[in-house]
Design a binder for this molecule. Structure first.
Ligand code: PLP
Length: 392
């Protein structure tokens, strides 16, 4: 199997597995219990929080543990939009309604949370356009901010195209206007430098950086009030109730440290392999095109439209060849929707419907890329033969 779908999820790294095992075996206590077993578990949770905070140059209290990216994005969007006023931002008196700015190419974890506020809670939303290369328009952002704008949510790196947004400039605009900024940093962490001091809130998920599934966190700048989106105990400083996933958090902290050690070098290595792969694709499929700004893209991501071959057919052909990739499109029962990200970039339907995302990772080798290219060569030949047969 050649796994080229690291943006979907990553394998667990050894450091994470080793860090988790004691809490899956012997140290099974509940961190809220006051006895020795509970205290052991509490120490692991505190340790994971301290280490993640240190990596991000944040304070431990700014880390809210939760189940992963979707919950983290939901908590940020719903919790900040619903909170009454924000430290350092103009107080918006009403808890109900207000204005939110987001972008049309966000992951559904943000997109659908914002849509919920728009459709059910009286918020007005400005959906920023993205250019044909996937970049948000900074002038449109600046011009969209209103006195009642409660939140801007713009992702750092896009999961489908790898396009990296100019978060520093976005931050400057939001700070100048006193508006809260949340960024989905789920795909960025471990691949590029992320700077949480530029934002008020940021979302992370362990399974995107070689940690376990079911663990994530929200960075929330200290002093900012947030409305919880779940109700129960007083965990996470009353911001996210529920018994902590102790092993998951220990694994997440270990993975975060592991992935951060040599992220820049690794990203360059992956970018080289990715570009080699594209060279093969361009030769085999002369009409193929890359989607997303080449100069502002994660090193591991290649989104390509194989014009004339629809995504699902290509994915199945790749799967039969043992290559795991993904399409940007969401499968509904019996139908395929083209990617909202690619459509937001203004791609014609044919390009969007023939798009495949290849995403590389730590275990991707030059040999795998060569083998994946061979698989594509066989697919290209079969496609050509089928077309000629159809014409004849
Ligand atoms: N945000 C981004 C950018 C993602 O890539 C993903 C997952 O693909 C999510 C949010 C949601 O992640 P999860 O399904 O792990 O909650």
């Amino acid at each position: 199997m050649i796994y080229l779908d690291y943006n979907a999820t990553t394998p667990l790294c050894e450091a994470a597995r080793d860090a988790m095992l004691p809490y899956l075996n012997r140290h099974f206590g509940n961190p809220s219990s006051v006895h020795a077993a509970g205290r052991e578990a509490r120490a692991a949770v505190d340790d994971a929080r301290d280490r993640l905070a240190a990596l991000l140059h944040a304070k431990p209290g700014e880390i809210i543990f939760n189940s992963g990216a979707t919950e983290s994005c939901n908590l940020a969007v719903l919790g900040l939009a619903r909170s009454r006023s924000a430290d350092g931002s103009p107080a918006v008196a009403s808890a109900n309604g207000g204005h939110i700015i987001s972008n049309k190419a966000e992951h559904h974890a943000v997109l659908h949370a914002v849509e919920h506020l728009e459709n059910h809670e009286g918020f007005e939303v400005t959906w920023l356009d993205v250019s044909e290369t996937g970049m948000v328009d900074l002038d449109q952002l600046a011009n969209s901010i209103r006195p009642d704008t409660k939140l801007v949510s713009i992702m750092t790196a896009n999961n489908e195209t790898g396009v990296i947004q100019p978060i520093r400039e976005i931050s400057r605009i939001c700070r100048e206007r006193g508006v809260l900024l949340h960024s989905d940093m789920v795909q960025a962490f471990g691949k590029i430098n992320v700077d949480v001091s530029l934002v008020d809130a940021a979302s992370f998920a362990a399974h995107k950086f070689y940690g376990p599934k079911g663990s994530g966190f929200l960075f929330l700048r200290s002093g900012l009030p947030i409305q919880p989106i779940m109700f129960g105990g007083t965990h996470e400083n009353q911001r996210r109730p529920g018994t902590e996933n102790v092993a998951g958090l220990a694994g997440m902290a270990a993975a975060a440290e592991w992935v951060s050690r040599d992220a820049a070098e690794e990203s360059q290595r992956e970018a080289q392999l990715r570009d080699d792969f594209w060279t093969h694709i361009a030769k085999l499929f002369p009409e193929a095109q890359q989607n997303g700004a080449p100069a502002h893209r994660l090193g591991n991501t290649l989104n390509t439209s194989f014009m004339g071959v629809d995504s699902e057919t290509m994915l199945m052909a790749l799967d039969l060849e043992g290559v795991c990739a993904s399409s940007g499109s969401a499968c509904m029962v019996g139908s395929v929707r083209a990617s909202h990200v690619l459509l937001a970039m203004g791609l014609p339907m044919e390009s969007a419907r023939s798009a495949i995302r290849f995403s590389l990772g730590r275990q991707t080798t030059a040999e795998e890329i060569a083998n994946a290219a061979d698989a594509l060569a066989r697919i290209a030949k079969r496609t050509k033969d089928a077309r000629e047969y159809a014409v004849a």
